[in-house]
Design a protein around this ligand. Structure first.
Ligand code: 48H
Length: 260
């Protein structure tokens, strides 16, 4: 027999959720977006012991993974990124000399679970709508994010947001590069100009997306497809090696910076 009272359910949910939100009012790293680059970054950051929180607007993680290539249920990863797949314990099979196929649901489940098991946390249904900043001398430092429920944003109701302080913020928002766009719009003195990603050139795009991954201004980093959007790099299509290696690189850079 199920013995549970409605009031008990409400109390349990409110207690657990509010304790979580309270604990996350200050963290080491906030990652905006739970796509392949953001989740990979979360995995590598959390493994170093940094308190890492991923915020995702939608009600499920994975970003562009679920869509495969034009909705065909296959994601491709190049051989350079196989060590990451192996660490995530994600199965793959070789298709050509350089390309390996993974099953999208397994890939997104493995990525998510690996990040969580490493100690990162992920909150769904939250949209990052603004940044916290401080001026230090001539330069600007990002110190966290301003958040609201995605449902509130969709409703158009006027509900003031809350904020999370962080030592580092990562823009992993994909094609729209929403967080660096906030910088461009609201803090023009940073000189940040979002160029928009260019047409497809897969091999060049994969190389450049990793090369350009990194710090944008003090406290703000960019990874994944948002890198291509920020710097006007070519797009790569449905190959994900660059996303994994970009996520890994940004985690390494942040780990070094926060240890200084
Ligand atoms: C909270 C937000 C906000 C916000 C967005 O699109 P993604 O999968 O991003 P990446 O860069 O990890 O991976 C890109 C890849 O999926 C892809 O599409 C490729 C490689 N395309 C190549 C090509 O040629 O087109 O995930 C971004 C996530 C999504 O889940 C969004 O919902 C989320 O970020 N998000 N979450 N607050 N303001 N903006």
């Amino acid at each position: 027999m199920f013995q549970v009272r409605e009031a008990e359910i409400t109390r349990a949910i409110v207690e657990v959720a509010l304790e979580k939100l309270r604990n996350y009012s200050e963290v080491d790293v906030v990652i905006v977006g739970a796509g392949p680059s953001g989740l990979t970054a979360a995995y590598y950051l959390a493994r170093t012991g940094l308190r890492t929180l991923v915020l995702e607007r939608r009600l499920s993680p994975g970003g562009g993974i679920g869509g495969g290539g034009m909705l065909l249920p296959c994601i491709l990863v190049e051989k350079e990124a196989l060590p990451v797949l192996e660490e995530l314990r994600c199965r793959y099979r070789q298709v050509t000399e350089n390309l390996y196929a993974v099953n999208p649901p397994e890939f997104l489940a493995r990525l998510t679970l690996s990040a969580l098991e490493a100690g990162a946390d992920l909150i769904l249904g939250i949209t990052v709508e603004d940044l916290i900043y401080r001026r230090t001398g001539q330069s600007i430092e990002i110190r966290g994010v301003v958040i609201n429920w995605s449902a509130v944003q969709l409703s158009g109701l006027h509900v003031d947001p809350l904020a999370i302080e962080a030592r580092a913020v990562v823009d992993a928002t994909g094609h729209d590069a929403e967080i660096v766009r906030l910088l461009e719009k609201k803090l023009p003195e940073t000189g940040v100009k979002v160029k928009g990603f260019s047409s497809m050139y897969a091999s060049e795009a994969e190389k450049l997306v990793i090369e350009y991954t990194g710090k944008v201004v003090e406290g703000l980093y960019v990874t994944g497809m948002a890198v291509a959007t920020l710097y006007g790099l070519p797009r790569m299509g449905p190959i994900f090696g660059g996303m994994l290696l970009s996520g890994k690189k940004v985690a390494e850079l942040i780990t070094q910076d926060l240890r200084k």
